[in-house]
Design a protein. Structure first.
Length: 267
């Protein structure tokens, strides 16, 4: 089976341009100038977070039902007794094979791994998937994710939780006794705190290598912002290593394919 590790095409050349070479002192002076802007960016981020903590909140029905590994549970149950809850709303294409599932949600949700630090702050993290539990939880198992996983596929539950926002976003909740409140939500680039890969790529000289970025002429920009940036050879990129490890991507759907074919864009 072909199990590619990277995308090889570029917009211009396979030999991208390089930054100018200077002596250490000149480089450090330019680095120090950028550091001033970076510190201002960090302080502004702190100020925005402070404003976020001062937002009002809206009450949500705590009895909204979801489906978990042991059957129906309530929104209140999902807190697992903790005070706070972060939920990622995972898009789903019911009846489609693994290779056709949302690459953006796979990218975002798949990078949330270590939950102990959240738990130490009295925060639970969970995924609410748009698809049926049996089918979508097989995807979670194929990907090797360990985050708590629930189906929000019942229309009444989905409508009550999303309030017309659909799926593909991150929401934050607070529990006060048996009452539940939504305190914050964000989507699109607002989800990027979930994806440290992007933060790390932003530190490299070529960045994310996506076509929307403001980069010097000749810099590699291999991916368009169409969902392609999270996909390799037709599949969500992270799936290839799972297939190479011999994991089954059978979601119990018909047909099931092994090479993937994405026929609609997510995010």
């Amino acid at each position: 089976m072909n199990t590619p590790d990277q995308h090889h095409s570029t917009t211009d050349s396979d030999t991208p341009a390089l930054p100018p070479v200077v002596d250490r002192a000149t480089w450090q002076a330019e680095r120090d100038k950028l550091l001033v802007r970076e510190k201002a960016h960090t302080r502004e981020g702190d100020a925005i977070a402070a404003a976020r903590r001062r937002l009002p909140m809206v009450e949500v029905d705590p009895t909204i039902q979801l489906i978990g590994p042991n059957g129906p549970v309530t929104l209140l149950d999902v807190f697992e007794g903790r005070k706070l809850l972060i939920v990622y709303y995972h898009m789903w294409h019911t009846g489609k094979p693994a290779g056709s599932q949302c690459p953006g949600c796979t990218f975002s949700n798949g990078e949330v791994r270590e939950l102990s630090y959240l738990h130490s702050r009295d925060v639970t993290y969970a995924t609410f998937c748009e698809g049926p539990y049996e089918e979508s939880s097989r995807y979670r198992d194929f990907m090797g994710w360990e985050v708590p996983w629930y189906s929000a596929s019942e229309q009444d539950s989905a409508d009550a939780l999303t309030a017309g926002r659909g799926f593909g976003w991150l929401g934050c909740y607070l529990r006060e006794g048996n009452r539940v409140f939504e305190t914050y939500w964000t989507t699109d680039r607002g989800d990027e705190p979930m994806t440290p890969s992007y933060g790390l790529l932003d530190m490299t000289v070529y960045g994310r290598q996506e076509t929307w970025e403001d980069s010097p002429a000749g810099w590699p920009q291999r991916w368009r912002n169409t969902g392609e940036q999270w996909r390799t050879d037709g599949r969500p990129t992270a799936q290839w290593s799972r297939l190479a490890a011999g994991r089954s991507d059978d979601l119990g759907t018909n047909p099931t394919v092994s090479n993937g074919s994405q026929d609609q864009h997510c995010h």
